[in-house]
Ligand binder design. Structure first.
Ligand SMILES: [Zn+2]
Length: 326
């Protein structure tokens, strides 16, 4: 049973292009932004790790070795691992520090589209790490959020981070601390603009951490620059299962079209939001929310999510409503 959206208007392609919140790129590429090989603490050599993602049909993979425990004192040869069908991209996982309740604690940060920064040393604080990543044209992602014991107070004053891991499959497999939606919403509420990423953090160790989640970027080509720009600008969605076919704004309606799900939610800060549930035994493939409804007024941002019958979620990035009015 398919429940259609209430929005029956037919936008022109130009309208759809301009208002497509995933971006106007013609390609959808699926990738994992967090992964380890034997070059740090993963179980398989880089070639086997890459081959597994290629066989699983992924389009891109960031190999993000721990720069403070490089097995061979160097990073894998990314160029040798790269291929047209699976773009293998450079990344690093930094073990930065922060202070929580008077004690120094670690704070993991991914640097995507960049390699280790020469002057970086383990123990450097988060902001310095983020600044160094950005100075090297990289993309800074706050990682291992809940598992790492992060509190919002650790992160709320940071500047220059592009995103935060809202789901980490290894953190879920190791400690049932994979979700960080509360952290994300509270940081958004504080005024930070952070995009949300779902990542495997794959090690191929004893816990399940392979192809359990991904992001899908919307791009015009398969180049590392295009993939990086899509992440940097939020032109992607994250998923543990459902695919999002459309996420767009037309007039006062924001529309999500997706694979078969049981729930579609539109959330802002605090308890504001609307949730649509499929009737028992049925599924939804889309819904259109009316942004002129009273609960939306004065909200700074909204994000959509959906959950399939197996309990797997997908999440859009937030839209900031003030941007839409410009
Ligand atoms: Zn990791």
């Amino acid at each position: 049973m398919i429940t259609m959206t209430k929005d029956a208007s037919s936008p022109t392609p130009a309208d759809l292009h301009e208002r497509c919140l995933l971006g106007g790129g013609r390609l959808r590429l699926r990738g994992n932004c967090h992964c380890h090989s034997t070059y740090s603490d993963g179980a398989y050599p880089p070639g086997q790790t890459v081959a597994r993602y290629r066989d699983a049909g992924y389009d891109f993979l960031y190999l993000t070795e721990h720069c403070d425990k490089l097995t061979y004192g160097k990073f894998p040869d990314f160029d040798a691992l790269d291929s047209p069908d699976l773009r293998v991209l450079p990344g690093v996982e930094y073990r930065a520090t922060t202070v929580r309740y008077g004690r120094p604690v670690e704070a993991m940060i991914l640097g995507l589209n960049t390699l280790a920064i020469s002057h970086w040393k383990s123990g450097i604080d988060q902001q310095s790490t983020i600044d160094a990543i950005n100075a090297n044209d990289g993309i800074a992602i706050l990682s291992c959020t809940y598992w790492d014991g992060r509190s919002v107070s650790d992160m709320v004053d940071l500047q220059g981070a592009a995103g935060i891991e809202i789901y980490n499959a290894t953190c879920e497999g190791v400690a049932c601390k994979g979700y960080a939606l509360t952290h994300w919403d509270e940081l958004l509420e504080s005024g930070m603009r952070l995009y949300g990423l779902a990542v495997d953090d794959c090690h191929f160790n004893t816990w399940p951490d392979f192809t359990l989640c991904w992001i899908v970027v919307c791009v015009d080509d398969r180049s590392p620059a295009a993939i990086g720009d899509a992440i940097r600008t939020g032109k992607f969605y994250s998923s543990c299962g459902p695919s999002i076919e459309e996420w767009s704004l037309r007039g006062n309606r924001i529309t999500l079209r997706c694979s078969k799900v049981k729930t579609i939610a539109c959330n802002g800060i605090t308890c504001s939001g609307r949730v649509i549930h499929a009737p028992s035994g049925e599924t939804l493939t889309g819904f259109s929310f009316d942004l002129s409804e009273r609960w939306v007024s004065d909200l700074p941002w909204l994000r959509l999510s959906c959950c399939d019958p197996d309990g797997r979620w997908a999440w859009t990035n937030p839209i900031w409503l003030s941007d839409m009015k410009q």
